[in-house]
Design a protein. Structure first.
Length: 98
């Protein structure tokens, strides 16, 4: 399908999908599902639980400042000489490339 900006959407998600892998393969080593929930959690979580976990980690480490919504990534390149990534993006609402 396509999103509201006409960009193709690639996803294996469907309405009743719990997760496409066990938490042991999806969790961050510095913030586990069990730490997040405060108790042992099942290996396969519902998508609402995964979303809550990801957002909680983003809050814990102040990562939301790096997230840009309504942004289309047009190109990513890596310069091994400088170890720097260059990312070309487009504002989905203004159609401005940067």
């Amino acid at each position: 399908g396509v999103d509201s900006a006409g960009e193709p959407v690639h996803s294996s998600m469907y309405h009743h999908l719990w997760s496409n892998g066990p938490k042991e393969c999806l969790e961050y080593p510095d913030y586990t599902f069990d730490e997040h929930a405060g108790k042992p959690t099942p290996s396969y979580a519902r998508r609402e639980v995964l979303r809550d976990y990801i957002l909680a980690r983003a809050t814990k480490y102040n990562l939301k400042r790096f997230v840009h919504f309504n942004t289309i990534v047009r190109d990513v390149s890596f310069d091994p000489a400088t170890s720097i990534f260059t990312i070309r993006t487009e504002d989905a609402k203004a159609s401005e490339v940067s």
